[in-house]
Design a protein around this ligand. Structure first.
Ligand code: AMP
Length: 191
C-alpha cells in the first residue's frame, strides 16, 4: 500500500501531479485545499472562518485542519489502495498528528515527495493561474505571503520525513510529463 505526501511551495504543481499519480497508482486523493474550498463554496461556518485565513495567505489553524483531515483519512484508508495527501501536513505539528492518525489505523506514510521549483517560476505560475482560478489567494500580495509562510512553517516538514528516511526531492521544472516521469521513477522503486 502506497501512502504518499506530495509537498512543495505554492504553485509547485502538487494538484496537477496528484491527478496523474491517482490515475496511474489508483490512490485516493485528499487535498486539504480542495476540502477547504468546498466548505467556502457551501458558505458553511467552517468555510467562512477558513476563508479569512486563506485570503490573507495564512495557514488555517492546525486544529481545524487536523480535525478535517483525520475524518477524511479514517473514512478512506479502510476502503482504498492507498492515499495521496496534497497540501497536508503543512506544519510539524500536523506531521506529528498525521503519524498518530496513521498509527491508530495500523498504516504508515511511505514517502514524502518534495517538488522543487524556482521561486520566480512559482510566482509566474500562480499569477497565470489567478487569471482563471477565481481563487482569492492567487494575487501578488497573497502569493508573497504564502511563499513566506511556506518557508517558515512548511519547509521544516521535509526535515521531519528526512529524519525518518521517507523523503524524496523531485525536480519540478519542465513539462508536466517530464515531472511525472521523475515522480513515477521514485514511486516505482517503492511499490
Ligand atoms: P492549497 O490548495 O493546498 O494551495 O491550499 C490553499 C490554502 O488553504 C492554503 O494557503 C492555506 O491557507 C489553506 N490550507 C490548505 N491546507 C492546509 C493545511 N494543511 N494547513 C493549514 N492551512 C491549509
Amino acid at each position: 500500500m502506497l501512502n504518499i505526501i506530495i509537498c512543495g511551495a505554492p504553485g509547485c504543481g502538487k494538484g496537477t501531479q496528484s491527478d496523474l499519480i491517482v490515475d496511474k497508482y489508483k490512490l485516493t486523493h485528499l487535498s486539504t485545499g480542495d476540502l477547504l474550498r468546498k466548505e467556502i463554496a457551501k458558505k458553511s461556518e467552517l468555510g467562512l472562518e477558513a476563508e479569512s485565513y486563506i485570503s490573507k495567505g495564512n495557514l488555517v489553524p492546525d486544529k481545524m485542519i487536523i480535525d478535517i483531515l483525520s475524518k477524511a483519512i479514517s473514512e478512506q484508508t479502510s476502503v482504498c489502495k492507498g492515499i495521496i495527501l496534497d497540501g497536508f501536513p503543512r506544519t510539524v505539528a500536523q506531521a506529528e498528528a498525521l503519524e498518530t492518525m496513521m498509527a491508530n489505523l495500523n498504516k504508515e506514510i511511505t514517502l514524502l515527495i518534495d517538488l522543487k521549483v524556482d521561486t520566480q517560476e512559482l510566482i509566474d505560475r500562480l499569477l497565470l493561474r489567478g487569471k482563471t482560478s477565481g481563487r482569492s489567494d492567487d494575487n501578488m500580495e497573497t502569493i508573497k505571503k504564502r511563499l513566506e509562510v511556506y518557508e517558515q512553517k512548511t519547509a521544516p516538514v521535509s526535515d521531519f520525513y528526512k529524519n525518518k528516511n521517507k523523503y524524496a526531492a523531485v525536480h519540478g521544472m519542465g513539462t508536466i510529463d517530464e515531472i511525472f516521469g521523475r515522480i513515477s521513477t521514485v514511486l516505482d522503486s517503492k511499490k
